[in-house]
Design a binder for this molecule. Structure first.
Ligand code: FPP
Length: 239
């Protein structure tokens, strides 16, 4: 595919793990395990297709409402992914991992793994993978607004200087391009508090497949749909 018609940044809402497990008579946690495998594969596929940024929704600020056993299982899978990525440094040398979200309520051990992996991969330039963890778009905006208000109070910023660019830079995705394409598998048609500021001009692709079954073929279908869209950003001619 021509580079021009490729998205620079893809966001994915990894939805449908529970239904995938239910269909097979398995516990929901088995669905998350299969979802974590699909996540590892999709990083490779995105990198091969020269996508520069990938943001996945792994755990929302609302997901704490789930049974403790399920929350623990998701956190464990994340910990395993972080360990593995850290150990296979050579294999992952093109991948820069960032966690976006409020990590403070997470177990200290998990926070430490996050810190180490972010530090180890900070200079990797192939693909940046943002894992949204304890993430909510509104929570991110509250966090950003508090930072900006503090800067105003401290005299580092004036109210007149506040603009869209400043707000973008106060978010967890500071310095990254906005997502061009947001993919939601599993048949649900909503954004669920994912990248709400950054998605202002994103193209959306909704698919019926459940996340653990999402692979290279589904990614290519989404990319094809994206390439056929006309992005005008409020203008009359396509950009
Ligand atoms: C949504 O499906 C999925 C989640 C809330 C968790 C996503 C977690 C993973 C893919 C595994 C861990 C992640 C990484 C990055 C290693 P759902 O449970 O809401 O599915 P349902 O709608 O079918 O019930």
């Amino acid at each position: 595919m021509e580079e021009k018609s490729l998205p620079k940044h893809i966001g994915i809402i990894m939805d449908g793990n529970g239904r995938w497990a239910k269909k097979r008579g398995l516990p929901r946690t088995a669905g998350h395990k299969a979802g974590a495998k699909a996540f590892r594969e999709i990083i490779k596929h995105c990198h091969e297709r020269k996508i520069r940024y990938l943001t996945v929704y792994a755990f929302s600020t609302e997901n704490w409402k789930r049974p403790k056993e399920e929350v623990d299982a998701i956190m464990k899978l994340l910990g395993e992914y972080l360990d593995e990525a850290f150990q296979h440094e050579e294999e992952n040398k093109e991948v820069c991992v960032k966690i976006i979200g409020n990590v403070k309520p997470l177990a200290l051990e998990l926070q430490e793994k996050i810190r180490r992996l972010e530090e180890q991969t900070a200079e990797n330039r192939g693909i940046t993978v943002n894992i949204a963890l304890n993430y909510g778009g509104r929570d991110e905006l509250v966090h950003g607004v508090k930072t900006l208000v503090q800067q105003i109070k401290d005299g580092e910023l004036s109210v007149e200087d506040l603009d869209e660019e400043r707000i973008s830079r106060s978010l967890y995705t500071a310095g990254q391009p906005d997502p061009d394409l947001i993919i939601r598998p599993s048949g649900e048609l909503r954004l669920s508090n994912f990248l709400i500021w950054q998605a202002a001009y994103s193209e959306f692709v909704f698919m019926d497949v459940l996340w653990p079954d999402f692979g290279a073929k589904e990614l290519d279908q989404a990319l094809e749909q994206y390439a056929g869209r006309s992005r005008r950003f409020g203008d009359v001619t396509a950009k």
